[in-house]
Design a protein around this ligand. Structure first.
Ligand SMILES: Cc1cc2nc3c(=O)[nH]c(=O)nc-3n(C[C@H](O)[C@H](O)[C@H](O)COP(=O)(O)OP(=O)(O)OC[C@H]3O[C@@H](n4cnc5c(N)ncnc54)[C@H](O)[C@@H]3O)c2cc1C
Length: 421
């Protein structure tokens, strides 16, 4: 079967790699000049099944209200006259109901665990350097209340097969001595030994290079303008190539993996997808004193900031802003990231050399990505990975490739089927 994969982020490239391993002819169409130039460029670097918790929790609506007026709020909703934003917001509120939240978490954990196996498949087939660390992830907890809440979450994750444990300060410091400076301000930490970290850009570019060796064709600098539909099938995609010429590309099947832009392309074929961009920021800073920099990846729970060691650089990432498609950098939010990093790890990095970046997480209201066949029979979806695209990307790619190949992936995940076209 010939398949066109739309988008060369971590999700599209993973899908292409697994499809090609199953013997399919694959063409990846990407508007940027290379792989992983959008959201899969400079994210938090965590491969974190232990963080499989949706934003939409029962307490979140109240929390968002409290954050509404804070420019440095971890999750910020900036209302626009945009029906897609309001529709998404309403669905988000519905996903906060306890039953939905639990179901979403179950799906996220199942996909994350399947993705861990998919990473193993990749590691055993090929080898390339992406600053990968299998050193676990620590979640910092400020207060006894956060410890109690994290304890509940550990039990919920344990029921789903993920081992995450609570640590007191000394056990936390034994794992990460670089936290010594802020340890007195913390109540403790949660520790997920099986979590990992790495550089998403290097991973995706490395996997794309391996996929190309396997025969996958990459059409870079090629913008998809519209999906061409006749009845219940796509007949092709209309593109503008590197030289500015229009063309139509055709295949037997199509995979939509265009991240936050997936709903815009889907709309051209009459499909409405509940995906909305949630902007986040990162700072990448050169490490100047190894002993003061963290060696394990860290999540600062209350500030929703993550720290990952990527070779000789420290990646600090976080915050979410529902404010449309602008990728402009907000100085207050960038400063908040860096201020917390300096506070946690003084002297570890050359803070004045920080490189800032923003990316648009393709977020669904319940944090569960849309994977599976759409109402257009030869169009498949692999999009909406929100906060966990690096964690779930290879698993999503493998699961969708198997489905398209006619095999049922061994995973307790609710695959998506869009009903209205
Ligand atoms: C600040 C921040 C921190 C994060 N931290 C983590 C983390 O620690 N761990 C984790 O698991 N996840 C994290 N994420 C989420 C993760 O980065 C995303 O879920 C993931 O990168 C999404 O991958 P994707 O392939 O779906 O989208 P993208 O990487 O955006 O890829 C989509 C591709 O489609 C292309 N495209 C779009 N429209 C068109 C068109 N019309 N024509 C041609 N090409 C098109 C784009 O150019 C792009 O290359 C973070 C995200 C952010 C913003």
């Amino acid at each position: 079967m010939k398949v066109i994969v739309m988008g060369a982020g971590v999700v599209g490239v993973s899908t292409a790699w697994f499809l090609s391993r199953l013997g399919h002819e694959v063409v990846v169409v990407e508007r940027a000049a290379g792989a992983a130039r959008e959201t899969s460029f400079a994210n938090g670097g965590q491969i974190s099944v232990g963080q499989s918790e949706p934003w939409a929790t029962p307490g979140m609506p109240w929390q968002i209200l409290k954050w509404l007026c804070r420019a440095d709020a971890p999750l910020l909703f900036r209302p626009h006259l945009d029906p897609a934003q309001w529709r998404w917001g309403l669905r988000f509120l519905l996903e906060c109901r306890p039953g939905r939240w639990r179901d979403n978490m179950r799906n996220m954990v199942a996909l994350g665990q399947f993705s861990q196996q998919a990473y193993q498949d990749i590691h055993s087939a090929i080898s390339f350097d992406y600053a990968h660390r299998s050193a676990g992830i620590l979640t910092l907890l400020d207060t006894p209340r956060e410890m109690r809440e994290a304890g509940r979450r550990c039990r919920e994750l344990a029921a789903l097969g993920v081992r995450r444990e609570l640590l007191d300060r000394s056990a936390m410091l034994a794992i990460e001595p670089a936290l010594a400076h802020i340890a007195p301000t913390l109540a403790g930490a949660a520790w997920c030994r099986s979590d990992e970290s790495g550089d998403v850009h290097r991973f995706t570019v490395g996997l794309a290079a391996e996929a190309a060796k396997q025969g996958v064709e990459f059409c870079y600098s090629t913008r998809i303008n519209a999906l061409l539909r006749e009845g219940e099938r796509l007949t092709g995609i209309s593109v503008t190539g590197p030289s500015g010429h229009y063309a139509t590309l055709g295949a037997d099947a199509y995979v939509l993996a265009a991240g936050s832009y997936s709903p815009l392309l889907a709309a051209s074929a009459g499909l409405r997808l509940p995906v909305y961009p949630a902007k986040g920021y990162s700072a990448t800073v050169p490490i100047c004193d190894d002993s003061k920099a963290p060696s394990v990846s860290i999540t600062d729970e209350s500030r929703k900031i993550v720290f990952s060691r990527l070779g000789n650089r420290l990646r600090v990432a976080g915050t979410a802003e529902l404010s449309g498609y602008s990728s402009s950098l907000n100085a207050v939010r960038c400063a908040a990231l860096l201020a917390r990093a300096r506070e946690c790890f003084p002297g570890a990095a050359e803070w004045d050399k920080a490189e800032f970046w923003s990316g648009l997480r393709p977020a669904t209201p319940g944090n569960v990505p849309l994977i599976g066949q759409s109402a257009i029979t030869n169009l498949y979806l692999n999009t909406g990975h929100g906060t966990l695209g690096f964690t779930e990307g290879p698993g999503s790619g493998k699961a969708l490739a198997l489905l398209m190949h006619g095999e049922a992936p061994d995973i307790g995940f609710d695959f998506h089927k869009v009903k209205s076209a």
